[in-house]
Write a protein that binds this ligand. Structure first.
Ligand SMILES: *[C@@H]1O[C@H](CO)[C@@H](O)[C@H](O)[C@H]1NC(C)=O
Ligand SMILES: *[C@@H]1O[C@H](CO)[C@@H](O)[C@H](O)[C@H]1NC(C)=O
Length: 382
């Protein structure tokens, strides 16, 4: 018997501590119900215990005293919570003093405490933070609230469409986004924003979409809880399979006394990327004119540049419209040794840094050793 009560005590202390650590955070949307948890050990029947829920240390949310509470005649509950709060009578025998707040309001957000002041052998306090997020509504009647945006198609091919969304005279400055029918945000460059004479902002957002779908331009002004949108249906007969440039490589084409000719190849990228060579300081290296060919809904690009110094050169492929960038790099030394190595995608690069760190280390050590021994270094693809 003694051992049992000792076990209960430990459980009690433990569960009390974890909640008070601040792990208790409940996030709900305005208008929905919030369950605020507060539990002792399941073996602890609390039908006979007093417990009191308070908000921010002062407002009375819910008080239970054996049999008497705010929903059966007890007075003292804060007006804000009448009659939206209840406990779970059937759960009391399991040590569960959780409450539910119905139809939450943004003003319900705060720090709640669940206190057992007379609990033996010691009182217990649980802390739960409630965050009620506002639901954004169409509030076009508020001054400055954005009206429905205008969507136009600026350009379209069989496999992509460039959409523009225009918002006029909105204040405060709205967030403007294109979303597909699943609600995913379409990656897009920063919108153009200009201030309008009569106050408010004009915002122009452009985005390239690459599939058949209904796209929505969503305009949000969080500060005034306002949101409006317009929709457009886009039909693309042959959307590209994989728009983002992923297949690319850099190689050394040939070496002469005048320098080293590097070649960067990109396959099937859409939208058409910008391809550049950069040195290790990030300076753009002058390149020959790129060969561009269109094929199967994407662009193949070959870019060549002649370099004359020892450095690591990077071929950078940028698709601003979809916020995508990859690169491959190669180390060159015009004097005739290490002929170079190629690193694949940025992703591959990162993975090899993490996963293959040791291998790279060993590689360089063996290379350094070979160099000391005077042997010719060979070309090593990475
Ligand atoms: C307490 O009771 C509520 C309502 O029945 C339930 O949702 C919750 O899971 C219970 N908590 C515990 C720890 O059993
Ligand atoms: C709860 O209290 C913490 C610490 O005082 C505070 O940072 C936080 O904003 C409060 N939460 C809410 C919803 O008011």
């Amino acid at each position: 018997m003694e051992r049992l009560s000792l076990a209960c005590l430990c459980l009690l202390t433990w569960s009390g501590m974890t909640s008070a650590d601040g792990n208790g955070r409940v996030v709900v949307k305005e208008g929905s119900d919030a369950l605020l948890p507060c539990s002792l050990s399941t073996e602890r029947n609390i039908i006979g215990e007093l417990f009191d829920w308070k908000k921010d240390g002062q407002r009375e949310v819910f008080m239970y005293e054996p049999g008497v509470h705010y929903n059966n005649g007890r007075s003292g509950q804060d007006e804000q919570f009448k009659p939206r709060v209840s406990h779970f009578q059937d759960e009391l025998k399991n040590g569960n003093a959780s409450i539910i707040i119905r139809n939450t309001k943004v003003a319900d957000s705060g720090n709640y405490t669940c206190v057992f002041p007379h609990l033996q052998p010691q009182s217990q306090t649980f802390l739960i933070e409630l965050v009620v997020g506002p639901i954004l509504k169409d509030r076009r009647n508020i001054p400055g609230a954005a009206t429905e945006p205008y969507i136009t198609t600026i350009d379209q091919t069989n496999n992509w469409s460039l959409l523009q969304c225009l918002v006029r005279g909105a204040f405060p400055k709205p967030k403007v986004e294109f979303k597909d029918s699943s609600g995913n945000v379409i990656p897009a460059p920063e919108p153009q924003v200009s201030e309008r004479g009569g106050g408010g902002y004009n915002v122009t957002l452009k985005a390239t979409v690459t599939k058949t779908d209904t796209f929505r331009c969503v305009v949000t002004q969080e500060e005034i809880h306002h949101q409006v949108y317009a929709e457009t249906y886009v039909f693309l007969p042959t959307p590209p399979k994989n728009g983002a440039a992923q297949k690319m490589s850099v190689k050394i084409l040939h070496q002469t006394n005048d320098g080293i000719l590097l070649q960067c190849e990109v396959e099937g990228a859409f939208p058409k990327p910008k391809v550049e060579f950069k040195d290790s300081d990030g300076n753009v290296v002058p390149a020959h004119e790129a060969q561009v060919s269109e094929r199967g809904g994407g662009y193949d690009i070959i870019l060549q540049a002649t370099v004359t110094k020892t450095d690591t050169f990077r071929c950078v492929v940028t698709q601003e419209e979809i916020h995508h960038q990859v690169y491959a790099e190669t180390y060159v030394s015009p004097k005739g040794f290490p002929t170079g190595w190629v690193v694949g995608l940025l992703i591959t690069f990162v993975i090899s840094l993490v996963g293959g760190g040791l291998a790279v280390h060993c590689f360089w050590r063996s290379k350094a050793k070979k160099f000391k021994e005077g042997s010719q270094t060979e070309r090593v693809p990475l």
